[in-house]
Design a protein around this ligand. Sequence first.
Ligand code: SF4
Length: 493
Amino acid sequence: MYLSKSKYCKAVQCNKILWLDKYKSEVANPVDNSSVLDNGTKVGQLAKELFGKYLDVTFSENLSDMINETKEFLKNDICNITEASFDYNGNFCSVDILKKNKNKYEIYEVKSSTEISDIYLDDISYQYYVLNGLGLKVTKACIVHINSKYVRHGDLELDKLFNIVDVTDIVLSKQEEVNNKIDEINKYMENKKEEDRDIDFYCFKPYECPYFKYCSSNLEEHNVFDIRGMSIKKKFELYKKGIYKYTDLLDEKINDKYLEQIDFELNDREDKIIIKNIKEFLNTISYPLYFLDFETFQESIPSYDDISPYEQIPFQYSLHILDSKDSELKHTEFLTESNIDPRRDLALKLVNDIPSNVCVLAYNMSFEKNVIKKLAYLYPELSEHLMSIYNNMKDLMIPFKNRDYYTKNMYGSYSIKYVLPALFPNDESLDYHNLDMVHNGSEASNTYMTLTNYSKKEQEIIRKNMLKYCYLDTYAMVKVLSKLYEVVENDKK
Ligand code: SF4
């Protein structure tokens, strides 16, 4: 089989991924990794500048063109070549950065993550194998990855943004393994008959396999992989002992919350509502009440000052306001123009919209609190007010996280995306599926980050959809809170 870096790495995870890709790719479940790819592209581009001047091998569907262009560059003693491409016995690879010093070579594999994972070592070991097989003297193999501790001040400092880790010794120690693995892959791929391979931990590590649903389709509908919150490791521990059906799991010593999820779904239980605890939660809330939800984006390469790679940067919020429990619902919102640092404008509007010392409600408030704390640190003149918002925040998730209110249709989750349809199954106005374009936080973030790719007119429509999504997030909180009041009221009757 004609191998590449990515194919080799897939086979390291599981040979069958490669086999299904070739013979049965239609059974895959798509995994959305568009933002990961986008981050990877930006990081790759920037890392090319790490060692000064370089020549880029032109990408071509025809790999021979890339290989021939690389040969030309090497002949002309170009010191730094990016995407340098090679083929050794049907094993192809493009090296992110190749440094040439006379007849010695260094290879650099660029990753957009903040740490090194084992699969990166397999990746670069495969590249070394290819170059070494062609007789090139590779003296150094390094992984280049993002330094999470970097904070941007002014121009990007590439030497600080990237960590360069020398992994030559590990790469050398893995060469026999690479050789054997390539033989194994070739034999495996020659077989046209599908292997009956059992699922295992490797289906999720290093990446969630798109074929998991297909490979686990023989399991009955309710099984251990449907349990929310249990670690993958524990799920496979039970699976390997043959304990994976809900009915079998009921006799296991597992967390009460898992047992409760199983019991509710198996036995079609009535809703569980612990009035006393819900009352206690409601007693912590005071009016006027502000329902707050942020949308944020993350960048591998910080665009603005005082930001680290992958830090959450707020660009939008929705705020519903109730002056008293029965008063008219008010709403305000913020959505920055794209391509400008949104933080100061957002912080200014936030302190204008939310007075000091009022009760603020969020769902999973640690996220909102983190955002506010960073803004307070960044803008000392707003710090006191922002920290007052921070200190007066309450978490609407608590009654659901504590299972004071639980229904079988929450499927073990306390995310608002599960809680809301479980509490309001027939309310179309609360159904995220009815929204256009933006249905969840990551879509909001991706949409914001790609907004400038669209025409002005298109941007207007997209922005409206973004506002509608964020509006629903806080409106959902208003409705969830009203439901809590309702069950308490009904209990009194
Ligand atoms: S789901 Fe698991 S067994 Fe099936 S192809 Fe993926 S990794 Fe292999």
